[in-house]
Write a protein of this length. Structure first.
Length: 736
């Protein structure tokens, strides 16, 4: 309701003015603050915290809070009015200790705003379960410091607020949803950090948004235990990272590690190599649909390299490397046994199994050096004994009597040198006895790919794939080029041979578009980041990379997490209108896959999905060009989504020749900044636009198969308010 109409308008306005004044006062206090502590590090830390606080205050001055709950704790008389905002505010002038003027949305009690219905409620906090009575839930719309709306919430009013938020037009960045988080989303955001989670959420269910809110929640809740850089987000590509980049600072979070699987691998395997464009394979698959053998072999290779069986075979390869490194003889120095070959082998294979080969070598060298130190007097005795023996032998040798003195002198000098350089000589011997892995990880991998005895185990029934592995090895040798499917193998070899210390401190890792990764990728991340828990978010129905990804979360749960994780489902879609979601559901419903779950749209209606037939592609572009100005007046973001870049290129040429300013997002490194963008279907995943135009919805483009069904579904579900599909000749079977 309009704020002025509300019975508490006066009271609420006074309070808002008071809060604004308090914020102003704190800002002034902070800007005039002088730092008298002597230690520079301490000052730097305090200045950093103050700057962070200042930023928060400055943003919240215009919109300090969005909600209020009135709560009376069981067995307490006082009814508390709790105002909820993005940043907390304490009344420092108050006589009472630490009166909260604004409570952070992430605080334990704030969960009542998102979850609790009016009446008896409870929430969890470090002190335990707190129960009580919730008598009011209120929402405020405050813009530029003015109270515009006050809404007292029952279940239906909450929907009203949500609908209003969803009606908004979107620009090039994803926004936070703190004031309208839904109960099922709140549960995921606040889920226990110590357990891993897999979220299967339909298109537009808020997975990306929730992922970022969860990070913000975890950082706040565990601020005394973990630093922001111990949290990591893995996003599908740079385009996507750019799309979400505003949200964490909006939520008051900085310094969280944000990366892609490609960059993460490059960070772990600190060697120079390039990764062929992920889309290349998808493009090849899309463009060679008719060549069934080629498509099948491309898919087969990807599946092999991303499955856990690949790890089993790589493990055998690593064992072979270890066996090559391990000496067959005992290490004996100056007649003293330092280590037996059998003991060394046992230590490697049993005691140090959890360490990388390099670390095992370093540890075992430490052990051998200690043994050397402890045996020094025996070693010295042996040196004296052998030298003495040589002197005796020399003295007995009457033939060389003339040189004897000279020789004895030499022997004594040698003795002195062997005693003096005992340690140096031992280290030298030890280093030749046990050699560290010398080759680069890429070199090892290149070798692995041409070892028939391993590769045969992977493709025993598919002989024709053998050449492909050989070709790949050559490509690594000559171009230092791998495929995205090779990343788990590279991580694995690095981890097992050298160690992957760069990221082992990570405490929690959030992976978006998680359906794009296979079991091997998850396994190796888990193995490297032993202390970390995971939140994996994805949608099987959008698994356009199913050749290398996951099509069954149960598989990941059992094989990777050994059942120690929970799968949660989100079926409500918030992005699209009912009309668009229904049309998209019909498309994905035609894809045969029992793991695909259909989305339920929020009850928000919009224009019917238009399917428009034209005589030629030229006519389609003409039509888009005529309509585009009207659409630009109506929407902040418009996307023309072609199936692939070849199609985009034609459209781009025609549109620019008509003077239309369109930005072509060609690859995952592109920058997304304009009102109208043109992009291929596979790059659209994860993004959203007010209006989507699909210029090639005909049978010639989207055939009745799983991949085309998923690609079309992804394109359609990018639209918030309007979807137009053009086609020439016959409309795709998927759309009928
Ligand atoms: N509780 C909510 N309140 C307001 N808006 C919401 C809410 N949940 C989701 N949204 C909006 O729905 C849209 C979709 O969210 P998001 O992109 O996070 O979904 P997703 O599940 O990652 O989608 P996809 O898998 O299709 O890429 C966004 O515009 C987001 O702001």
């Amino acid at each position: 309701m309009e704020a002025k109409m509300h019975k508490d308008y006066m009271e609420e306005t006074e309070r808002l003015e008071y809060i604004k004044q308090m914020i102003e006062e704190e800002i002034v206090l902070l800007s005039n603050k002088t730092y008298t502590v002597l230690n520079e590090d301490v000052i730097a830390e305090i200045v950093y915290m103050d700057n962070q606080r200042m930023k928060k205050l400055e943003t919240s001055a215009h919109n300090p809070y969005f909600g209020r709950i009135d709560f009376r704790e069981r067995n307490q008389d006082k009814l508390e009015n709790i105002y909820i905002g993005k940043a907390s505010l304490m009344d420092t002038d108050s006589d009472e200790d630490g009166v909260m003027l604004i409570t952070d949305w992430r605080a334990p009690i704030s969960t009542l705003y998102y979850d609790g219905n009016i009446g008896s409620v409870k929430y969890n906090c470090p002190a335990g379960n707190i129960g009580g009575e919730l008598s009011l839930k209120r929402n405020y719309k405050i813009e530029n410091g003015h109270l515009e709306k006050i809404t007292d919430i029952d279940v239906s009013a909450l929907d009203e607020m949500l609908l209003e938020a969803l009606e908004d037009k979107k620009d090039t960045k994803l926004k936070d949803i703190v004031s309208t988080i839904q109960s099922e989303q709140n549960e995921i955001i606040r889920a226990d950090l110590t357990k891993s989670l897999i979220i299967q959420g339909v298109a537009g269910s808020g997975k990306t948004t929730i992922a970022l809110h969860r990070i913000a929640y975890l950082i706040y809740t565990y601020q005394h235990r973990y630093r922001p850089h111990e949290f990591m987000i893995i996003a599908p590509n740079k385009l996507f990272l750019q799309y979400i980049e505003d949200m964490l600072p909006e939520l008051g979070v900085e310094d969280v590690e944000q990366t892609t699987m490609e960059d993460l691998t490059k960070n772990i395997v600190a060697e120079h190599f390039s990764i062929s464009e992920d889309d290349d394979k998808l493009k090849k698959i899309i463009e060679n649909e008719s060549d069934k053998n080629l498509v099948e072999s491309l898919r087969a290779i990807s599946r092999i390299k991303t499955d856990l069986k690949y790890k089993v075979i790589l493990e055998e390869f690593v064992d072979e490397i270890i066996n090559e490194i391990l000496p067959k003889d005992d290490l004996i120095f100056e007649g003293v046994l330092i280590i037996e070959a059998s003991e060394l082998s046992r230590i490697f294979h049993e005691n140090y199994k959890r360490y990388s080969v390099l670390k095992s070598i370093k540890l075992v060298k430490k052990l051998m050096t200690t043994r050397f130190e402890n045996s020094k007097s025996d070693i010295e005795d042996n040196i004296y004994a052998t030298i003495n023996q040589r002197q005796i032998n020399l003295e007995k040798d009457e033939k060389n009597i003339s040189n004897q003195n000279e020789e004895i002198k030499k022997i004594h000098l040698e003795q002195q040198s062997r005693i003096k350089n005992m340690k140096k000589n031992f280290i030298k011997l030890m280093n030749t006895y046990l050699k560290e892995p010398k080759q680069s990880i890429l070199k090892y991998y290149e070798k692995f790919l041409i070892k028939d005895k391993f590769i045969n185990k992977l493709i025993s029934d598919k002989e024709y794939l053998m050449d492909y592995f050989k070709e790949m090895s050559k490509n690594i040798r000559t171009n230092k080029m791998v495929e995205i499917e090779d990343l788990p193998a590279l991580m694995y070899l690095q981890h097992k041979l050298i160690g992957a210390k760069n990221i082992s401190n990570t405490k929690h890792i959030v992976i978006d578009e998680g359906q794009d990764f296979g079991t091997f990728q998850y396994y190796i991340l888990r193995d490297i980041m032993k202390e970390a828990t995971f939140t994996i978010l994805g949608d099987i129905a959008q698994g356009i990379n199913y050749h290398r990804g996951t099509s069954d979360w149960e598989d990941v749960k059992q094989k990777v997490f050994k059942d120690q994780c929970q799968i949660k489902y989100l079926q409500q879609s918030y992005r699209t209108t009912v009309e668009i979601m229904n049309a998209a559901n019909e498309v994905i419903g035609k894809v045969e896959d029992e793991n695909i779950i259909l989305a339920h749209p929020v009850l928000r209606h919009g224009a019917q999905v238009e399917k428009i037939k034209k005589d030629s592609y030229g006519d389609i572009v003409d039509c888009i060009a005529t309509e585009i100005n009207k659409l630009m007046d109506k929407y902040n973001s418009i996307a023309i989504i072609g199936k692939n870049n070849q199609q985009c290129e034609k459209i781009y040429d025609q549109m620019t020749s008509k003077g239309i300013d369109v930005q072509w997002l060609k690859d995952r490194e592109s920058e997304y900044s304009q009102q109208i963008v043109l992009l291929p279907s596979y790059l659209a995943k994860g993004l959203e636009f007010d209006c989507v135009i699909i210029p090639g919805g005909g049978e010639d483009n989207y055939k009745m198969n799983k991949l085309d069904g998923m690609l079309l579904y992804v394109c359609m579900t990018r639209a918030l308010h309007e979807l137009r599909i053009y086609y020439v000749n016959e409309c795709s079977e998927l759309l009928k």
